[in-house]
Design a protein around this ligand. Structure first.
Ligand code: WTA
Length: 669
């Protein structure tokens, strides 16, 4: 069986045993006895039990975890490719996240601890009772602005408690929120507000990032132009002197002064929309992923509780920004539904120095920490001396999400942050799935670098080959989800049923959800290793971005005749977009022009989408029918063998491109 080593640390009690069979291939860790004893679930039979009748399993979970004003009539209803959960049930998200707790001993427990970026600014702590009052007040503010059940409200805020307050206030009165990442540009904001037909926008004057104050209000002002937004509520965060448009703009604190601190929660239908979150697909236009109430909350509650083993005395910190699904589910709904204490942080991970996060962990005694591989890779580069400056012994569970985590980053995280005693929960999921789907559970394991784990109890996934046949152990293919679909899955794309069908339910038919991810069945337990996207979606520093979106932005520059964007590997960000540009006749390549063209992307999407490199090229590899062969460009950037180019209309261009990008064949990985 190989060597069994027990990792011990004097400060901690929960050690993790690890079994090393083949150092290169099979590093497998299992939970310690202490971890098992403490965990909400530690008996493997949970998987089998849940799988016998997933519908009944989820009905029990929904009943046990949430308060329903009225129980549902039917648990699961199928009408492929559509499905519903808890049909006829009545529920309110904010009631479950806040009101329930103020009737218990959690009334004065910290709900949110907010760490601002400036180091000399004190933290803000909101108890559940504070949160209750703020949410109710802001719900009344929204009502006073004419927001009604069924309306949409835009939220464009940095990480600060007002974001959770605003989201829960929307949920309280039955309005759907649509949060837009605060680092997205005005153009991005505008297209989302328009598509969602938002009535009101909630934003801030500015916020801190790496010691600078960013003027968010100026972006918001440009972003609301030409949208149906009638009122803008502005949180005073940075003390900026911003323009206030008479009749349209209102200061948050002024509206809150007069607001009543009681607002009855609406009894929403389980299938009423809770929120819309825009995400990148394969086209140039982001799509509004629709999540409804009862099913989403059920999945948020149970995945938070079991994946991260959150108990009442834990301090949970998910570092994701609220602008992404991870922020929605694990920096808002999940932990609050559980009545947990969560931490949120406004700023950059390495400000003022690369130990800011570890300083926060130590200062507050964070016990569960959830982040992305891109951040870990950045810390690997900074060096282990930074975490070593801090006592991280409060940590007991670590999580990761957003992209495949490589073995080196996994091991670094495990040893340098987790001290070799904290399991790493590698959660695979998507904006579309609302909550996590595939990962090992802390009390069960196994924890294997680069292998996420198996389906959460009550969920079913398979890896299919091109013909739709299930592949066996060791086989690779496309990852799919099988019915009954997880309760938190998307119910549609806002105002675009065709795209919903085409993207998720056409590859393998209307009964099978296609994830767009490649995967490998790792072992007999059906643990899964994820292999990255099969479509033209990139993960840039964990942020989801379509190559087509970047292309659309670049073609807007009048000098650009044709463009292709592909992902290139990047040491820290995982992937970055690079652009190949053919200029219009008469235009000369120059450094200046490259900068100008790239600036289009910052304007159209935001700085996170900026191409890392732009190559001016005379031509692009094309098929005889004139289609750009992005596959070849991708291989060029990855150093993969280029393969057969004889089918190209212009095979000679490949050599030229190789020279341009400095291609070195690294072989297949
Ligand atoms: C990728 C983020 C490997 C995957 C919650 C998926 C992952 C896309 C993992 C969704 C993981 C997410 N291991 N890949 N643990 N988690 N992904 O919508 O390609 O921003 O399809 O949701 O991220 O990205 P999204």
């Amino acid at each position: 069986m190989g060597i069994i080593v027990e990792q011990k640390s004097e400060k901690v009690t929960a050690s993790v045993k690890w079994v090393l069979e083949d150092p290169k291939q099979k590093e497998v860790w299992w939970p310690s006895e202490e971890l098992k004893k403490m965990a909400w679930v530690s008996d493997e039979s949970i998987y089998e039990q849940a799988d016998k009748d997933p519908t009944a399993f989820w009905a029990n979970r929904a009943r046990e975890g949430l308060h329903w004003f009225k129980e549902w009539d039917r648990t699961y209803e199928r009408n492929p490719p559509y499905f519903k959960w808890f049909v006829g049930g009545r529920i309110n998200a904010s009631y479950n996240a806040v009101d329930r707790h103020i009737k218990t001993g959690r009334r004065y427990k910290a709900a949110i601890i907010w760490e601002p970026e400036p180091i000399d600014e004190p933290a803000r702590v909101l108890t559940y009772y504070d949160l209750y009052r703020e949410v109710d007040k802001f719900a009344n503010v929204l009502k006073s602005l004419g927001v009604k059940r069924g309306d949409r409200v835009g939220i464009y805020l940095p990480m600060m408690p007002e974001v959770q307050i605003a989201m829960l206030a929307c949920a309280r009165i039955g309005a759907a929120h649509s949060v837009v990442f605060s680092a997205f540009s005005a153009d991005s904001l505008r297209s989302r507000l328009k598509d969602a037909e938002a009535k009101v926008l909630i934003t801030a004057d500015g916020y801190y990032r790496r010691g600078k104050v960013l003027n968010l209000k100026a972006e918001a002002d440009k972003g609301v132009e030409g949208t149906p937004v009638k009122d803008v509520v502005v949180v005073r965060r940075a003390g900026l002197d911003v323009d206030i448009v008479e009749g349209r703009d209102h200061w948050w604190h002024e509206l809150m002064e007069d607001a009543d601190a009681h607002c009855e929660p609406e009894a929403m239908d389980s299938e009423d929309i809770l929120f819309i979150l825009y995400t990148s697909g394969t086209t140039g236009k982001p799509k509004g992923v629709v999540h409804t109430t009862g099913g989403y909350l059920t999945q948020a509650y149970w995945t938070s509780k079991w994946d991260f083993d959150i108990h009442d005395d834990d301090l949970f910190w998910c570092t994701a920004d609220i602008g992404w699904i991870t922020g929605h589910t694990y920096s808002c709904y999940g932990p609050l539904l559980l009545g947990a204490t969560m931490l949120i942080y406004e700023g950059a991970p390495d400000y003022p120095e690369p130990d800011r996060w570890w300083d926060i962990v130590e200062k507050y005694g964070v016990t569960i920490f959830y982040t992305a591989p891109t951040a870990i890779r950045m810390f690997v580069k900074c060096g282990e001396e930074w975490p070593r400056k801090h006592d991280l012994s409060s940590l007991r569970i670590l999580g990761t999400v957003g992209e495949p985590i490589d073995r080196e980053a996994w091991l670094w995280y495990f040893h340098n942050i987790g001290g070799g005693r904290c399991p790493i929960i590698d959660t695979w999921w998507q904006t579309e799935t609302g909550g996590t789907l595939i990962n090992s559970l802390p009390g069960i394991g196994p924890f294997i670098p680069t292998v996420a784990g198996r389906s959460f109890p009550g969920m079913r996934h398979a890896v299919l080959d091109e013909n739709g046949n299930k592949v066996g152990v060791g086989g690779s293919g496309s990852l799919v989800q099988l019915s009954p679909f997880a309760p938190g899955m998307l119910r549609g794309i806002y105002k675009d049923p065709e795209r919903y069908k085409e993207l998720y339910f056409s590859r393998y038919g209307e009964e099978i959800y296609y994830t767009h991810d490649g995967a490998r069945v790792w072992d007999e337990m059906h643990n899964i290793r994820l292999g990255g996207r099969e479509d033209d979606v990139m993960k840039v520093a964990g942020h989801r971005l379509a190559t087509a979106e970047v292309e659309t932005a670049l073609t807007e520059h009048e000098a650009v005749a044709e463009v292709a964007v592909v992902p290139a590997p990047h040491e820290i960000k995982g992937e970055v977009p690079v652009a190949f540009v053919i200029l219009r006749k008469g235009r000369q390549p120059s450094e200046e022009l490259a900068k100008e063209i790239i600036a289009r992307v910052t304007k159209a999407i935001g700085p996170t989408a900026k191409p890392e490199n732009l190559f001016f090229v005379p031509d692009l590899p094309k098929t005889r029918s004139g289609k750009i062969m992005r596959r070849i460009l991708k291989s060029l950037m990855k150093g993969e063998p280029i393969g057969d180019v004889t089918t190209l209309m212009n095979p000679e261009i490949v050599e030229e491109l190789k020279a341009k990008v400095g291609y070195v064949e690294a072989g297949l990985t």
